[in-house]
Design a protein around this ligand. Structure first.
Ligand code: G3P
Length: 217
């Protein structure tokens, strides 16, 4: 299972990279705005900065919602760095754009996916990644993990190559449950990734080992 961090915060990306378990980064326009990164030039520089910190794929989202705009923007984003994955919304022109980039050998991430039908379309169009937003489904009284399970079934039925990237991960149990279901990738905050470390028995056990060692010496 690949671990992506869902942030545009360079400090957090560095911390996750140093942990040694990071496989990539996802960003979106809201996350860029949260870091105060505005204007095309600054945004593009920020993507390159992120690519220079991590080894894996870095999703950069287009803002256009028409085919020509998405193609122009996506080509420009892909040209920034070989690690860039063009993130495209699940809309009609987005499907056409996914097919265009897939035919060109440019990696894509289909975002804002909320149903297995949408995920099927993204796979048919050749998306590298599909991003079902599990936290936002949970926010709407719908179990986001059920969607991951459904997409897993659909993709396995036909051996689609599109990777399921569980997005909008909010906490540690989302990660554990996505791993049980077989999501290929999860993207979440640093807090959820580091939350995997936590167990009181580990802390109690370590404290005991260290105090016993001290007694023995
Ligand atoms: O990157 C898209 C997705 O992960 C957003 O998460 O927490 O804003 O629903 P969230």
């Amino acid at each position: 299972m690949k671990f992506f961090i869902d942030t545009a915060n360079l400090e957090q990306i560095r911390e996750a990279q140093l942990l040694g378990v990071l496989d990539g980064v996802t960003t979106n326009p809201s996350l860029m705005a949260k870091e105060g990164i505005t204007g095309e030039k600054n945004i593009n520089k920020h993507y390159v900065d992120i690519c220079n910190i991590v080894d894996g794929d870095v999703s950069a989202e287009v803002i256009s919602v028409d085919f020509d705009g998405m193609i122009k923007e996506g080509n420009a984003l892909a040209a920034l760095h070989p690690q860039i994955v063009v993130k495209i919304p699940m809309i009609e022109d987005g499907i056409k754009a996914l097919k265009y980039f897939s035919d060109k050998g440019i990696k894509t991430n289909c975002t804002l996916v909320f149903s297995s039908g949408q995920a099927l379309l993204a796979a048919k169009a050749g998306a590298t990644y599909v991003s079902p937003f599990i936290g936002r489904l949970d926010d709407n009284s719908t179990d986001g993990l059920d969607l991951i399970e459904d997409i897993r079934l659909v993709y396995d039925n036909y051996a689609f190559h599109t990777e399921i990237l569980a997005a909008s991960v909010r906490h540690t149990m989302h990660i554990v449950n996505c791993a049980k279901i077989g999501a290929d990738v999860m993207t979440g905050p640093l807090s959820a990734i580091k939350g995997l470390l936590n167990h009181p028995l580990t802390d109690i056990g370590l404290a005991k080992f260290l105090s016993d060692h001290k007694k023995g010496n």
